[in-house]
Write a protein that binds this ligand. Structure first.
Ligand SMILES: Cc1ncc(COP(=O)(O)O)c(C=O)c1O
Length: 424
């Protein structure tokens, strides 16, 4: 039995008052708070072994390299990926956005003929198709839309059901023999809906397309296994999984990483560089990790991964299910509409809602005045909001440190919004 009250006590930031009320943090979909173990890991790295990795013959460099690679292995274990030397499937990035842009840029480079014969599987030309879903965060939508503009490929999308789930009933129409890339979110950052990715991945592979998963909102909340899912690539951020900001990870099947041309160029990714002919790039993951790495952050992200595994992803999932059950009661309040599935099935504790007649910023301020932090705006997902006939909403999102009492506090506070603003 996991003691979630004791887990909450590991987060120093939560032990404070905001506007005279105990802080209730319900904005974990934007960024999660950090446990002492993660904060200490980053500070201790600087106190004891700070040095660049994979370079330098001195002992500190050797120790920091070991810590960096051990962190990669912990992160790999969290998502069911390989980390053995020469078989690494985890690339360090600056975050999910950086990882997704890395892929779109690398595919663009392959489309220009870079990467030789092996990279042709990623090349796009006019007439080819790129498919996303309407549930995407802008960090999937925009890099792949730009890739379509650059290559002349057609940009298409899978639409949503009325309650905001990615449809799977018309996949044969949307994903065709011309589709080369399919990029879909694992969990909607607005709707909280878990995408039924199985049929989408199957269809993508049936037509020979590469499947990319945006795992930003799944890795922190669900047990994920990229091998079992058979995804080709997946990107996510450490800061949403109790790790530091400024770092993220890109998973790629080893054979695909080996075939993919680089997207960023510079130090630490090149075997041989010349003035008068082409460079010879390193094998993955180094090929995709140009420049000095965020070593302290990666080490701390590894600790975050280990910390989550110690609690148990099944336990985290079950705990957060009790939170989503409470948050969904928002939909029972007169004039409040939930943007996403109402039932507590195949969804996480991210619950966006619209308050009839009250602007989201007013809602946010009213809720904040009671010490409760939620997100307002379009959550970098404008097409999702258009699907619901809105341009912005309010979003509560849970983390492992929340209690049912936190969710209940929001529901109780929300009951006062429309009366306070005199909404019709
Ligand atoms: C589903 C989803 N994808 C991508 C991102 C982008 O993550 P980051 O801003 O950490 O790069 C986010 C973060 O808001 C997200 O929720």
């Amino acid at each position: 039995m996991v003691d979630f009250k004791a887990i909450r006590d590991e987060f120093p930031i939560l032990d404070q008052e905001i506007h005279g009320h105990p802080l209730v943090y319900l904005d974990s979909a934007a960024t999660s708070q950090k446990p002492n173990a993660v904060i200490d890991a980053e500070a201790n790295f600087y106190r004891t072994i700070n040095a660049g990795v994979h370079r330098g013959a001195h002992e500190l460099a050797a120790r920091s390299t070991v810590a960096f690679e051990e962190a990669r292995a912990k992160v790999a274990k969290l998502v069911g990926a390989n980390a053995a030397e020469g078989e690494e499937e985890i690339v360090v990035t600056g975050g999910a956005t950086a990882g997704l842009n890395l892929l779109a840029t690398a595919f663009g480079n392959a489309s220009l003929g870079r990467g030789g014969e092996a990279a042709k599987r990623f090349a796009l030309k006019p007439g080819d198709e790129i498919v996303v879903s309407r549930a995407e965060h802008h960090s999937v939508l925009l890099p792949f839309q730009e890739l379509a503009y650059r290559t002349g490929a057609k940009f298409k999308w899978i639409d949503l059901t009325e309650d905001g789930r990615v449809r799977t009933d018309n996949l044969d129409e949307v994903i065709t023999e011309r589709t080369k890339v399919v990029a879909v979110t694992h969990v909607g950052n607005t709707t909280g809906a878990i995408t039924n990715v199985g049929p989408i991945i199957k269809r993508a592979h049936e037509v020979g397309a590469v499947f990319i998963l945006d795992a930003c909102q799944s890795v922190p909340h669900l047990k994920v296994d990229f091998h079992a899912l058979d995804v080709d690539f997946a990107a996510w951020s450490a800061h949403k999984m109790y790790g530091p900001t400024g770092v993220g990870f890109l998973y790629g099947k080893r054979e695909l990483l080996e075939a993919l041309p680089p997207a960023n160029f510079g130090g630490s990714m090149v075997e041989l560089a010349y003035m008068d002919h082409e460079a010879q790039y390193m094998a993955p993951p180094a090929r995709f990790e140009a420049g000095t790495q965020p070593v302290a952050q990666v080490v701390a992200a590894g600790v975050a991964a280990e910390w989550m595994m110690n609690i148990g992803m099944e336990n985290i999932e079950a705990h957060e299910k009790t939170l989503s059950a409470e948050l969904l009661k928002l939909g029972d309040i007169d004039g409040i509409r939930i943007l996403g599935p109402r039932e507590n099935v195949n969804r996480i504790g991210t619950v966006a809602f619209d308050v009839k007649g009250v602007h989201p910023h007013d809602v946010g301020q009213f809720i904040d005045a009671q010490g409760i932090a939620i997100r307002v705006g379009h959550h970098c997902a404008q097409p999702v909001h258009r699907h619901f006939g809105l341009y912005a909403s309010n979003r509560a999102s849970s983390g492992v440190y929340n209690s049912v009492a936190d969710a209940h506090a929001l529901v109780e506070a929300a009951k006062g919004i429309r009366p306070f603003f005199g909404a019709e």
